[in-house]
Design a protein around this ligand. Structure first.
Ligand code: ZN
Length: 138
């Protein structure tokens, strides 16, 4: 069995952002040389997500509005977590959107459903963040 590890780096210009990362994961898979196995992609931070959904900008605006209704950023003092920090909403949004995805690798490709694409969800951005790609197989 082979194992491959890579970190992707992000620094978004805005506090919240969705970044399409399928091309970077596909590049990592190509570098790994693995043809059959599993590909894990996870956020390495507790205020960011990795998730799979449609690459459609209207849907991403819908996610943003929906998450702001569930866990509004402001007022900051509505959250017990916000003493020295102001990112309680980011922790909650990350929990809703998830930490990681696992995609099957078949014949050297990510074995997606038709509209599945991988996204990095940033909820407390404008700082350096990392995503782990771990691929195992042969
Ligand atoms: Zn925090």
């Amino acid at each position: 069995m082979k194992a491959y590890r890579k970190e992707l780096h992000f620094r978004t210009k805005t506090r919240r952002a969705f970044v399409h990362i399928t091309p970077q994961v596909e590049a990592a898979l190509a570098e790994s040389g693995i043809r059959e196995g599993l590909c894990l992609v996870n956020a390495m931070h507790i205020t960011a997500s990795v998730f799979i959904n449609d690459n459609e900008s209207g849907l991403h605006r819908d996610f943003e509005r929906w998450l702001e209704k569930l866990a509004p950023e402001k007022p900051h003092d509505q959250y017990d977590h916000n003493g020295y920090e102001d990112n309680a909403d980011a922790h909650l949004k990350r929990s809703v959107m998830g930490r990681e995805v696992v995609v099957a690798v078949t014949d050297g490709k990510l074995d997606f459903g038709t509209w599945e694409r991988i996204f990095y969800g940033e909820f407390d951005g404008m700082r350096d963040k990392r995503v782990l790609v771990k691929i195992i197989g042969e």
